[in-house]
Design a protein around this ligand. Structure first.
Ligand SMILES: [Mn+2]
Length: 256
């Protein structure tokens, strides 16, 4: 018999933060919310998992990466997963020809936040010149951060991953691309994945709990609401951060 609810080992609390997309303002509020929650309700082993998609679309991708690189004093142990947008930035570092694909995903806002000008981006010199300027502005520290991102994190009965997994395929057999990009086959699957999957990538209006997975991506850059699942024992709570502040909610209703 599968367990009715996924569970974490005693003394562990996981804060799992959805897609940020350049919204440093909301990330800062979320950092304060987590810190405040931990002060109010201390626990032996707190972990913050960022589910990927730190950059693109929103206004301050560089600021978000600065925050994550320098986060240790603000939130507990921190795991940063790789989203498809981080993968696209890394691809552009290697291959200037991927610029237009990246721009379709909101990469322009990231380039602007790293100090490139509209003139640099519109210039006739093309993608190679954008790549050269970006490489100069992209610090070694940030590059190391991007290259150190994990594809998934497993704890207790939970699996944390940016997009999802291909159903009925062992974790070791999953392709990197699917872990960062998958939608339909994962989202439409209604049976158990073995582990309960906490993910971002596919925007939902409100944190969306199903019987086999939890979608935490509330499209922060457009909706102005960043969401974080708070998991402890077999309890699920969540925090929302908006420009007005933050709030902790006690219960995530299961969406059938
Ligand atoms: Mn995203």
């Amino acid at each position: 018999m599968p367990k009715p609810y996924p569970t974490l080992p005693e003394g562990t609390r996981i804060y799992a933060v959805g897609d940020i997309h350049g919204r440093l303002d909301l990330l800062e509020t979320m950092g304060k919310a987590i810190e405040s929650d931990l002060t109010k309700r201390p626990i032996a082993d707190p972990v913050t998992v960022f589910l990927g998609d730190y950059i693109d679309r929103g206004p301050d991708s560089q600021g978000v990466i600065d925050f994550l690189v320098d986060n240790h004093h603000r939130t507990p142990r921190q795991i940063c997963l790789k989203g498809n947008h981080e993968a696209s930035l890394l691809e552009f570092l290697e291959d200037a020809g991927t610029l237009y694909h990246w721009e379709d995903l909101g990469g322009m806002e990231t380039l602007l936040s790293y100090g490139l000008s509209h003139h640099d981006l519109m210039g006739s010199a093309g993608a190679e010149s954008v790549q050269t300027i970006f490489r100069e502005n992209f610090s070694k520290l940030h590059e190391t951060f991007f290259r150190s991102l994990e594809l998934y994190y497993k704890r207790g009965d939970y699996l944390f991953v940016h997009a999802g997994i291909r159903p009925e395929l062992a974790l070791e057999e999953q392709s990197d691309d699917e872990l960062m990009w998958i939608r339909g086959p994962f989202l439409n699957y209604e049976k158990s994945f073995g582990l309960f999957v906490v993910h971002g990538h596919t925007p939902v209006e409100h944190i969306d709990r199903r019987t086999n997975r939890l979608d935490v991506d509330t499209e922060a850059y457009a909706s102005g609401q960043l969401t974080c699942a708070v998991l402890e024992g077999s309890e699920m709570q969540y925090i929302t951060a908006t420009t007005d502040g933050w709030e902790l909610f006690d219960f995530i209703p299961t969406h059938k």
